[in-house]
Each structure stands twice: as C-alpha cells, then as structure tokens.
Design a protein around this ligand. Structure first.
Ligand SMILES: N[C@@H](CCC[C@H](N)C(=O)O)C(=O)O
Length: 308
C-alpha cells in the first residue's frame, strides 16, 4: 500500500443533506479504486456518504488537464458504489466551499473543472449569520431523444421527461411522492436504450406556483436526501410542462425545489443556461486510521473508469 494512502486525510460535507467524503489530493497521487470509494462511503464500516469528492489540480488529472487553463481545480466525483459520474450539483457547491475554507480559492467567482466541462461557481461571502449560499452555473440542459420515457415502480407507471444536465435524468410528475414507494430498488425506466449508462430518477409534485417538491433515486447511490442536477432537471421539465420554456417566452423562469434535505432555487435563463443556488457545508475533518486502510486488501485495484 502506498504511504500516501496510509495517512489519507478526509473531510465531510453536505449540500441539502446530500453528503460527501471529501478527499484532498492536489497533486493527483491517490488511487481511488471503486471498492475503496464504496468502503469510504459505507455508512456503517466507513466514513459514510452519498458520494466522494476528490479535490485534484486539473493539471494533475488526465481527464481535466485540457481544462487546466480555465480552471485550476477538478472535481473528481464518485457515487457511493464507486462508480464515476459526470456531474454532481450539490457536490460542486460543497467542493467550492471546501476550496474557500482551505484557502485554495477566494470567495466570489471561481471556475471548476468537472467531467461535464468547466462550470462557474459563486461562493457568497459569509454573512453575519454564518456562511451564505453557493450558486452554480450548471450549463444548458439537453433534452435528448426519446423525450418521453416511462418510469415504473411496482404497479405504478408514469410518463417521464428525459433531461441531461451533464448526467442523465428521468423526471416523472406524480400525484403523491409516497407513490414512489420505499425506493430501496432502482425504478424501472424504459426504453433502457435511452440511458446506456444508467439514470437518475426524479419524482415530482407541485407545491404552488413555480414551487415543486421531489424525491430522487440516484444512479450509483440509491435514494438520497437531495440531488442538485436532479433539481435542475426537474425545473427544466416543469418549465416545458408549464409552457414557460424561456427560449419560447423570452423570459427567465425560477422554480423553488423542495427536497427531503432542504431547498434549492433553480433559474433557467433565456439562453437556456441553468443556475442553481443552495447551501453548502463542510463540517468535519479527519485522518483515516492506517489499520482500517490496511486491514482490507479487497479494495486494491486499478481505479479505472466507469464501474457500473
Ligand atoms: N447528487 C448529485 C448527483 C450525483 C451523480 C449521480 N448519482 C449520477 O450518477 O449521475 C447532484 O447533486 O447532482
């Protein structure tokens, strides 16, 4: 085992209770094979989290090096099962909060490299009541074909909207969030060919004018208390359903999205750019015990790619 892994330093953070193990690795020296990520994210035997954020300099990561001129830092995001995902909206807010807390970036505007490209983040300066929210420029949503897919849970079925926020989503408007059941298993989504790398599924109800509530089953993590890309996909789908697509009305539209873990505010601009604002918290820091890391050898591996 490498000496670096023996003293693995980590932090813990969350955004609307979508929680993450944060692993600072500025020089890209740490190998994180999927089994180790899954073990770190394990809520009983590990640190626990819906996912993991490795903080690495873009120049030190082969996937991010082409973005290094635009963004110093790369968010290497992993789901709790160890799989790699293109983007994580809540994770990006927490990632930016960490950069500012660690003195690696100043508050205000910064650019972060992700697998979905370079994204802008605004970390508001702390107010008198503590840290303020973080805003992420999420880029444009894509609505790839087929636009309409079918989501199934048990005996229930709903038509859903296929939205891509860098990562894939199926958004189903339902009468009652309880109709999604316990979500211990992934909902069925058809046609399967629409989502060759898996899908995040959102269940949505109306709470009032431009006010929604949702639950989510995340690819690679199961049901989580919040999903930032999911909230954006939901707002984009709702704007089409409500006839307020900004590209057609010439007006931006804002939705408030309530999740089990908190509230996110999502605005879609006339040019299609989506902006999301919400809280971001870094709450603890620690060092992994060497015997915990060394006691199991079954996580050693190549650390390669999409382990779905
Ligand atoms: N919770 C995240 C999304 C994380 C990635 C997702 N599970 C996937 O595999 O695409 C968010 O806040 O966006």
């Amino acid at each position: 085992m490498s000496e670096i892994l023996k003293g693995l330093r980590f932090l813990k953070g969350h955004g609307t209770e979508n929680d993450f193990v944060i692993v600072p690795d500025p020089d890209g020296l740490i190998d994180l094979p999927p089994a180790l990520v899954a073990r770190l994210c394990d809520r009983r035997a590990g640190v626990g989290g819906d996912g993991l954020l490795r903080v690495v300099r873009s120049a030190a990561h082969p996937e991010a090096a082409p973005m290094a001129a635009e963004a110093e830092w790369f968010m290497d995001y992993r789901n709790s099962d160890g799989s790699v995902a293109e983007m994580c909206g809540n994770g990006l807010r927490v990632f930016a909060r960490y950069l500012v807390l660690a003195g690696l970036a100043g508050s205000g505007d910064l650019a972060v490299a992700t697998r979905a490209g370079v994204l802008g983040v605004h970390v508001a300066a702390d107010g008198p009541d503590g840290p303020s929210g973080v805003t992420v420029e999420m880029g444009r949503a894509r609505l790839p074909g087929p636009a309409d897919v079918l989501v199934t849970v048990g005996e229930r079925q709903w038509p859903a909207t296929h939205v891509n926020m860098g990562n894939p989503h199926a958004v189903a408007f339902v009468d009652d969030l309880d109709h999604a059941g316990d979500l211990f298993a992934a909902p069925g989504v058809a046609p399967a060919t629409a989502y060759p790398t898996g899908v995040n599924v959102e269940f949505v109800v109306d709470r009032g004018p431009r006010h929604l509530a949702m639950r989510v089953h995340e690819r690679g993590s199961g049901e989580t208390r919040s999903c930032g890309t999911g909230a954006c996909a939901v707002a984009v789908a709702a704007a089409r359903r409500d006839g307020v697509d900004p590209a057609l009305t010439g007006q931006p539209v804002t939705y408030t999205v309530d999740l089990p873990g908190g509230r996110l505010v999502v605005t879609e601009q006339v040019d299609g750019a989506v902006r999301m604002t919400g809280p971001a918290v870094v709450l603890a820091e620690g060092v992994l015990d060497a015997s915990w890391l060394g006691g199991r050898q079954d996580w050693t591996g190549t650390g390669a790619g999409l382990a779905r």
